[in-house]
Ligand binder design. Structure first.
Ligand code: HEC
Length: 398
């Protein structure tokens, strides 16, 4: 029953996180699009630009003020709860999926033999610390040099990804990089964008001129968020793809994908400007192809050097490995605490099922050490080598 409730907590939080995340990123994309497409020529005094749009069968006319209108409108819409609720649901999801199962989800003794409490403490420290480092950078002299700021920010993210990949399971490392980026993005909304806007509105209410620098700074942070969206969205779906986070160089794979994501975002941000760069998309495609090749099992085999041909294995041996290392979870009724149904819907509790899932076993337990999670059932390297032998050459009594 407890495992069942846990699964539903996971499902409902994930669903909510997804919904509010779509609302947040959707609004963010929309306003960045507005900012990029507003027609700025020959506008009357006080107006930065305007544009026409048609959507859902209606015509819309939007104007942007250079700083602010003369009078505050009676209803002014703010966009903040999308961001806050994305962070809150994301944080709760982190607790349900990772912190409540830190032993199997965060700690991987083959990476670092740390305690569960330590792992959680590091995770939380990363979330909080990232915001202060990022915000500090934005307030430092570096802030006036956007290219250097971006390069430093990226270098620090790669350092974080590498550091976490030396401490956590690949999946937990990835999700914490994503959560750190997400925290900075929400921090931008909570600590900079909304306070700046509130300051402008307060000034107007008090009959003072609002400070244009506040608006500019808010726009800058909003731009930062815009560049971070594609990397963070990749990380949120990456846990379906062990060839990324379970790769021996998972941090470098993540660095490459983040760079590609931010680059693609940049292309779309400057597509309509004279300084547009047509080479970005082809370069991103080539870089993606390079990542696909670099993460392929063939390249990993080749990097590992020639495989010595092991002893031949019998079917009974294969069966016993799967039985001892996998079936506690991957059975019709798992015996592993915390599992009420076979994870991923995958059962390995019969000969036919083991045969059927040969490729999946290869991908998750031979080509990578993604399964068993955190090596919870203590699978040995010899056992992985025996499975490889079976997958390559079949069992002796096949
Ligand atoms: C402690 C429980 C546990 C054990 C033991 C375990 N798994 Fe899993 N397995 C999981 C969970 C949880 C998932 C779902 C993870 C996810 O969605 O990424 C999963 C998913 C999978 C998947 C589907 C993932 C995919 O990317 O296709 C395969 C294949 C798999 N396991 C194979 C194995 C094999 C082979 C073993 C034994 C060597 C094993 N597992 C042992 C918990 C376990």
């Amino acid at each position: 029953m407890e495992a069942h409730l846990h699964e539903w907590a996971n499902l409902l939080l994930r669903w909510a996180h997804f919904i509010v995340g779509v609302a947040w990123i959707g609004a963010s994309f929309y306003f960045n699009w507005l900012e990029n497409h507003i027609e700025r020529l020959n506008k009357r005094e006080g107006i930065a630009g305007d544009l026409w749009a048609i959507h859902g069968g209606g015509f819309y006319f939007v104007q942007k003020y250079a700083v602010a209108p003369e009078k505050l409108p009676s209803t002014l819409h703010w966009f903040k709860w999308e961001a806050y609720s994305t962070w809150i649901t994301g944080f709760l999801l982190l607790i349900v999926v990772y912190y409540m199962n830190a032993g199997s989800m965060m700690v991987d003794p083959s990476v670092a033999d740390i305690g569960q409490g330590t792992a959680i403490a590091i995770g939380l420290a990363v979330l909080i610390g990232s915001w202060f480092v990022y915000d500090g950078l934005c307030r430092s002299p570096l802030a006036s040099r956007p290219v250097w700021l971006a390069a430093t920010g990226f270098a620090l993210l790669v350092l974080l990804a590498w550091g976490l990949s030396e401490l956590f399971s690949g999946r937990a490392a990835y999700i914490h990089v994503g959560a750190a980026i997400g925290t900075c993005m929400v921090g931008n909304v909570f600590r900079v964008i909304i306070p700046s806007q509130r300051d402008m509105v307060d000034a107007m209410t008090a009959g003072r001129e609002p400070d244009p620098a506040k608006g500019k700074n808010a726009l800058l942070r909003s731009r930062h968020n815009n560049y971070l969206t594609l990397p963070v969205l990749f990380i949120m779906i990456s846990h379906h793809f062990p060839s990324t986070y379970a790769h021996p160089w998972n941090w470098a794979v993540l660095a490459a994908v983040m760079l590609i994501g931010a680059g693609v975002r940049h292309y779309f941000n400057i597509r309509h400007l004279p300084e547009r760069k047509v080479w970005i998309l082809p370069a991103a495609a080539v870089a993606t192809a390079a990542v696909i090749v670099a993460t392929s099992p063939q390249v990993q085999d080749w990097r590992a050097g020639p495989q010595e041909e092991g002893e031949s294995v019998s079917w009974a041996q294969v069966q016993s490995i799967i039985d001892n290392r996998c079936v506690s979870c991957h059975a019709a009724s798992p015996t592993q605490a915390g599992f009420s149904s076979p994870p991923g819907g995958l059962r390995l509790d019969s000969d036919a099922l083991i045969e059927t899932h040969r490729d999946a076993i290869n991908r998750t337990s031979v080509q990578s050490t993604y399964m068993p999670p955190g090596n919870l059932t203590g699978m040995t390297d010899e056992e992985r080598a025996m499975l490889r032998q079976w997958i390559r050459h079949g069992a002796t009594d096949d």
